[in-house]
Structures are given as structure tokens and as C-alpha cells.
Ligand binder design. Structure first.
Ligand SMILES: Nc1ncnc2c1ncn2[C@@H]1O[C@H](COP(=O)(O)OP(=O)(O)O)[C@@H](O)[C@H]1O
Ligand SMILES: [Mg+2]
Length: 368
């Protein structure tokens, strides 16, 4: 178990900058999730922490000790990969024992640790089987088990659940959270799935093109995204965006042939928008439909119902606005709405996000 510090890490492959100026301090026992689209530098950063990749610049510290030049074997980290990387010719027991045998641990200790770990993961009855005789979920458990038996200082998990079907993924997600809490090993977990990130991480690092966009708790990322990219990436369905021009206390939305008048914190934020162009953000779950324009103090925009998708406990409605762009609205329960119906989408002022259009920088987040 260790505090892990990444200091201004860079990784270049020729002209490609895979990781750009990445800094982070993970506290002992913390669960950190790296999330972002494919190619944004998640795996490269993990491999630098593991010592499998050498950073072009920057340092890695474990408990304040510089390990930048240490070999992976001296860092005491255990990695779980997306493809499990089990030895096909070894049975489950030997797969799990492999690392400890290399380190010449006593036989009794190896057996004891494997027994205990197998119990935690519910794989005691498959220890004699080979990987090809296992289901995807079982293989995943074995890969986790192999990492756990080593009792490492740091866990690195790179998209460990992406080969599993949805139901199993949910189950394993919950198991990993429980396990990590119980073992209290500092963990870095990579995923491209924002739902997985929000549900698992103590803190989440949102990445894009090798650059950290924001580091924060799930609530911080949802309530106070630092830019429009984070705002669009966190939350499902994604936040709606409306592009407009600041005109005094209002934002003119020429495409929608309307203007929205702001007051309070949002009005103050408008004055901070450089160049006077802003993007208004509103999450689908915060919009309220009404059959008439909003009363004073509230903002609304007119649209016609385009599609209605029942999702079980919620309904996703898409309304077509004057510009022909669609607004996603998430309604609790069933929606008694029909295609072509006129609706007024009302935006509660304390649920609005505001971004500088060009820089995508946040000017305002949710005010509780
Ligand atoms: N060994 C390598 N040689 C050249 N480019 C690489 C290498 N490994 C990764 N990259 C590039 O670095 C970037 C980040 O890759 P990676 O860390 O694997 O992203 P992610 O895990 O987020 O999908 C990508 O543009 C990828 O093509
Ligand atoms: Mg990757």
C-alpha cells in the first residue's frame, strides 16, 4: 500500500504526444479511475506507473521514494489486463502461484494465500482447471486473483471488465469495489466507460489527447465540470449544449430564434465570457417539460416532440427545436407525449452550466 505521486509525466513516441504533463497524487488506499476515449493515453500512463514504459520526462514516487528508474519487479505493483494474460498451459492454481514461485516464497505460504484469495473470489472449485476450461467471468476472477495473491502495494487494472457481458460487468464492478475497500490497496483503474468510472472511483481523471482535463470526485465532475468536454463526457445521455451571444443580461440564440434572460450567478458569469460567445449546458435529467412558456424567472425554449424512448423507470424524449437540433430530455416514469406535440422545455436556473464558447472553459456550474 502506497501513496503514489506522478510528477509532470510526459511520454512521446516520435511526434505523438501520448501523455502530456500529467501530475497526480494518489493517497494510500485511494481508488483512482482514468477515463477517456480510446487513444487518450490511459494505458501509457498505467504502464509508466508499472515501470513497463519509460517516461520521456517526469518522475514517479511511491511513498515519497523516487521509483522512476526502478524495474517493474522492484515496484511491487500488480497489473490486470483486458485480455487477462493467463498462461494457457498452467491451471488456475499455478497461474496464481506463478509470481510467488518466481519470488521463491515458501510452499505453505503460497498455498495459504491462494486458498484465501480463491475463497474471496469464489473460485476454490476451479483451481485445477486450465484457462480454456473457464468462462469469461471465471477467467476475469483468476486474473484478479493472480494480482491479489501478490499483496502488492499498487493495483493497476486496464479495462479489466470490457470483455464481459453487461450483467457480469455490473457484478464484477461491485466485487472489485468491495475487494478494493477490503484490501485498501492503492488502485488505478482504466476504463472508457463513464458510468463505470463514476460508480467505482474515489477520484476520476478525465483525459483527452494525452491531457488531463479534470481530476475530481464523481460529484465534482458532474456538478462542476471545468470545461465543456468534461461536461459532455460525464453523464448519460450527454448534456445538451446551446451556442449563443451575450447581449446584456441575455444570451441570444439566433438559431433558435429566441433569447434567454439570465439573473443571479449566471448573469454575473456572462460578464466573464471572453469574446461574448457562450455555450449554455443543461443536462437531460434537469429539463422540465411544460405545455406553456415558463413563468418569469425561469427559462424555456419551444420545441416539438420528435422521439419518445421508454427506458423503464425513465423516458428519454428528444424534442426538435427551431434550429432542427434536438434537445434530450429525461423524464421520470412514463411520458404521455406524442410525436409532433409542442412542448416548452424549461431550464431551472440553478441547473444551468455556462461555458466560454471558444475555450470551452466553465463560467458556472450547478449551484445547490
Ligand atoms: N508503442 C507505441 N508506439 C507509438 N505510439 C504509441 C505506442 N503506444 C501508444 N501509442 C500512441 O499513444 C497514444 C495513447 O495510447 P494509449 O495510452 O494506448 O491510449 P488509451 O489506453 O487511452 O487508449 C495513442 O495515440 C497511441 O497510438
Ligand atoms: Mg488502453
Amino acid at each position: 500500500m502506497a501513496k503514489v505521486e506522478l510528477q509532470r509525466l510526459w511520454k512521446r513516441y516520435g511526434d505523438i504526444v501520448a501523455v502530456e504533463d500529467f501530475s497526480l497524487v494518489a493517497e494510500d488506499g485511494e481508488f483512482i479511475v482514468f477515463v477517456g476515449p480510446s487513444g487518450c493515453g490511459k494505458t501509457t500512463t498505467m504502464r509508466i506507473i508499472a515501470g513497463l514504459e519509460v517516461a520521456s520526462e517526469g518522475r514517479v514516487l511511491f511513498d515519497d521514494k523516487d521509483v522512476t528508474d526502478e524495474l517493474p519487479s522492484n515496484r511491487d505493483v500488480a497489473m490486470v489486463f483486458q485480455n487477462y494474460a493467463l498462461f494457457p498451459h498452467l491451471n488456475v492454481f499455478s497461474n496464481m502461484a506463478f509470481g510467488m514461485r518466481l519470488r521463491k516464497r515458501p510452499k505453505a505460504e503460497i498455498e495459504e494465500r491462494i486458498k484465501r484469495t480463491a475463497q474471496i473470489l469464489g473460485i476454490e472449485n476451479i483451481l485445477q482447471r486450465r484457462p480454456r476450461e473457464l468462462s469469461g467471468g471465471q477467467r476475469q476472477r483468476v486474473a484478479l486473483g493472480r494480482a491479489i495473491v501478490r499483496e502488492p502495494r499498487v493495483f493497476l487494472m486496464d479495462e479489466p471488465l470490457s470483455n464481459l457481458d453487461a450483467a457480469l460487468r455490473m457484478e464484477m464492478r461491485a466485487e472489485i469495489i468491495k475487494l478494493q475497500e477490503r484490501l485498501a490497496v492503492t488502485t488505478f483503474y482504466v476504463t472508457h466507460d463513464q458510468v463505470e468510472a463514476l460508480s467505482m472511483g474515489d477520484r476520476i481523471v478525465v483525459m483527452r489527447n494525452g491531457r488531463v482535463q479534470q481530476i475530481g470526485s464523481p460529484t465534482e465532475l458532474y456538478d462542476q465540470p471545468q470545461n465543456a468536454y468534461v461536461a459532455s463526457f460525464i453523464g448519460s445521455p450527454p448534456m445538451n449544449f446551446l451556442h449563443g451571444r451575450v447581449e446584456g443580461d441575455s444570451v441570444a440564440l439566433p438559431e433558435e430564434r429566441t433569447a434567454l434572460a439570465f439573473n443571479g450567478a449566471a448573469r454575473a458569469a456572462l460578464t466573464r465570457a471572453e469574446g461574448g460567445e457562450v455555450t449554455i449546458g443543461i443536462r437531460p435529467e434537469h429539463i422540465i417539460f411544460s405545455d406553456r412558456p415558463a413563468e418569469s424567472g425561469l427559462l424555456s425554449i419551444v420545441g416539438t416532440v420528435d422521439t419518445v424512448e421508454p427506458l423503464g423507470h425513465t423516458t428519454l424524449v428528444r424534442a426538435k427545436m427551431a434550429s432542427n437540433k434536438r434537445l434530450s430530455v429525461l423524464i421520470n416514469g412514463k411520458a404521455r407525449l406524442h410525436e409532433g406535440e409542442t412542448v416548452y422545455a424549461t431550464f431551472p436556473p440553478n441547473r444551468l452550466y455556462l461555458f466560454e464558447h471558444k475555450s470551452e472553459r466553465a463560467l458556472l456550474g450547478i449551484v445547490e
